[in-house]
Design a protein around this ligand. Sequence first.
Ligand code: SF4
Length: 486
Amino acid sequence: MSPAAEEHAILDPALAKPFPQAVLPVLRNPQLRKNVAHAIDVIQGKRAKLVAEKADWQELRTAAAAIRSHALDNLGFYLEQFEARCTVAGGHVHWAADAAEARQIILDLLRQEGASEVIKIKTMTSAEIQLNPFLEASGVRTYETDLAEIILQLGDQEPSHIVVPALHINRAQVREIFARKMGLENLSDDPKELTNAARTYLRRKFLDVPTAISGANFLIAESGGVAVVESEGNGRMCLTLPKTMITLAGIEKVLPRFQDLEVMLQLLARSATGERMNPYTSLWTGVAPGDGPQNFHVVLLDNGRSSILARPTHRQTLKCIRCAACMNTCPVYRQTGGHAYGSVYPGPIGAILTPQLAEMHHAQSLPFASSLCGACYEVCPVKINIPEVLLELRSEVVNQERKQVGRIFDPMYLGLRMANVLFSKAWIFHTAQWFGRIGLRFFTGKDGWIHWLPSVGGKWTQTRDLRGLPSQTFHGWWASRPKEGK
Ligand code: SF4
């Protein structure tokens, strides 16, 4: 595989390595881990402060969970309402069953416009369908306009976080990328200078490129409108200056009423970036003559979402509003960053969403990339019970593997059968203990620890040491202790 293809394969669940393998280079990269930990500490600190000042935080979470559940339970109705209202307002709605269809619809629309270039405001859904490589291969140049996305695009890197995609990169690394790709040798790593360099680079694109692609944070069914929240204003430039706007959105993004935004926006900004209100909230509905884009298209993407919707426990996955609070609090994400998840959706939400979008053909290792501590559930503004879905997915993976290898060769099945025999009689258990104790002595070091075990036991010692067994069992010690009064 070429280096460029390998770079894209990082976030393609069909090509990405399993989590335990993908994580190894990250664990050996102290700079990356430092960058991730530092950025998360800053966001977490801000979030905790702002959540604490909202006395009705839990009520807001309950309301948001109810709104999202209601929207999903009546998704067909609200999507049709969105389509009807958006069409009346002058927009065109397109339905895409999968990634390939969505890519083709967008390419056809760009060709109708004669577009050879397109500006984009951050859209994870476009990364999900691998839109950029497809458009580039079809002769359309793509320009990201979100600052973090520019850094990644110019640096040929993939996002590692859903709100702060370049979280793993520090400003010295940003300076190096900008200096190299923008030909600015004397650029310093002063944030103001870096921002100015990006601004100069972007202004030309905003003014010259007449076609744009956006994502959507929310689709409003009652008005047929679209909402995008962002922090820099680049999104707003991207949404207002071009002649043609193509919005790509997952079908689950729909909210029934405009009023529902009141709840969602209070939760989203605080959970995502630790702000009371995000700096730019753009809302647009259809086409307004002489103001903003005059051609407006919405591509509604399914790509596995209907299958998730059909399953009661799994359905809650689609409530997600992509705030990233779950990954910021996750002890696993904190150590690994996002690339190890092999998907545009990393962290706890990625661990449940990616395997479902990939229909469990790939990414089977992701549901196990969790300690099941439940921190993600506690912070989730729409109350997605991520541990519950993780457990469901784990059982599906085990059943799938069992079917593939046959029950008789399944290590889990064999282990449980053996445990059944061992625990059935005290004398069998004590005999097994005795043999186990003798066997483990060969692997126990002088320091009393086991640093290496063969075969399945090696999965434990690969990442941690194991305390050697003491010379006496508790039962042995109890039986041999001096008795009272004797
Ligand atoms: S699962 Fe919850 S916490 Fe995680 S990104 Fe989605 S909404 Fe935010």
